[in-house]
Design a protein around this ligand. Structure first.
Ligand code: PEP
Ligand code: MN
Length: 343
């Protein structure tokens, strides 16, 4: 249930509601908005009828059930859109954020040249895998701590905050020392032990959608992070498994719009894994922005043909710069409107 406080409710009226929610057997989660505060009562086992009676408490405007199983992620519990700060970068604000970099950190030269080039082209965050989730155990598994050191050097050289993947709970402390944002990879979206630990890691989280996860399951995975105490969560659509074989995944763009409609969290899109094809990165990126994505995460490599992972979907430095320029170009004119001189 959510308890919507009236616009002018006092702090003591709010505190009273918070106490009553606890007495009714629920955990109160308070959102203080510009206009009003909202108290979400979550958890099982409490008395719903006692909560409903809070309609009569001073300062309360309404008590309404939360329509979805993801409670704290739902827009019902937060009227304003969440903005997640990663260093100085704001995700979920007016500007589209572009995170770019190689699939895997491979060498000092590779990560430094990529970081400098993507920054010059307008990216505001650096990506790069240090611990790689590979389908085959014989494929390159990432350089681990050595990659983290190189990412730190690249951040110092460019000022770009770093996002990198965490695959296991035991790696959280060391990765947190080096990275600004922790990525939960698609394969780990429902690794609930990992999500519970990340809820307490004190770092913003980039939560990728699992390749076979519904939007509801994805938002419930985010609920683990929020209910565990971490509000700084960014969702990332990265394509799902379908019967299509010409693309690595099916880039589910409507899910970007839906996730933004159902939740207050920022949603970014990953056209690299979403399509698996470098020729589709530009149109898919433009489409993602058009449908409302708060940002993009794109794989870039100085020499994609030599990449140790995901070369086929990586842009080279020049292609990335061109792609960035294309993002500011207007969408196609509508015939009907140009005829009547509207645009
Ligand atoms: C990646 O970002 O390189 C990656 C492995 O992504 P995903 O988890 O979406 O496959
Ligand atoms: Mn990759």
């Amino acid at each position: 249930m959510v308890i919507n406080m009236a616009p002018g409710a006092s702090e003591s009226e709010l505190q009273h509601v918070i106490e009553r929610v606890r007495e009714c057997g629920f955990q109160p989660h308070v959102t203080r908005g510009a206009e009003r505060s909202i108290v979400a009562a979550v958890g099982g086992g409490g008395s719903r009828s006692a909560l409903e009676a809070l309609r009569a408490a001073p300062g309360v405007e309404d008590v309404v059930p939360i329509a979805h199983p993801f409670k704290l992620v739902s827009r019902q519990t937060r009227l304003e859109r969440t903005r997640v700060m990663v260093g100085e970068v704001c995700i979920g604000g007016e500007e589209v954020v572009v995170m770019a970099g190689p699939c895997s950190v491979e060498s000092r030269e590779q990560i430094l040249s990529t970081a400098r080039a993507v920054k010059a082209a307008g990216a505001t965050m650096l990506r790069g895998g240090a611990y790689k989730p590979r389908t085959s155990p014989y494929d390159f598994q990432g350089l681990g701590v050595e990659a983290l050191e190189l990412l730190r050097e690249a951040r110092e050289a460019t000022g770009l905050p770093v996002v990198t993947e965490v695959m296991s709970t035991e790696d959280i402390p060391v990765i947190s020392e080096y990275a600004d944002m922790l990525q939960v990879g698609a394969r780990n979206m429902q690794n609930f032990a990992l999500l519970r630990h990340l809820a307490r890691a004190g770092k913003p989280i980039l939560l990728k959608r699992g390749p076979s996860a519904s939007v509801k399951e994805w938002l419930l995975a985010a609920e683990y992070l929020l209910s565990g105490g971490n509000q700084d969560v960014v969702l990332c659509e990265r394509g799902i498994k379908t019967f299509e074989t010409e693309m690595r995944n099916t880039f589910d763009l409507a899910a970007v719009a839906l996730a933004r409609e159902l939740s207050h969290l920022p949603v970014i899109a990953d056209p690299s894994h979403g399509t698996g094809r470098r020729d589709l990165i530009q149109p898919a990126s433009r489409a993602a922005i058009a449908i409302g994505a708060d940002g993009l995460i794109i794989e870039v490599h100085p020499c994609p043909e030599r990449a140790l992972s995901d070369g086929a979907q990586s842009l080279d430095l020049k292609e990335f710069a061109n792609m960035m320029t294309s993002l500011t170009a207007p969408l196609r004119p509508l015939a009907a409107l140009s005829e009547v001189g509207v645009n």
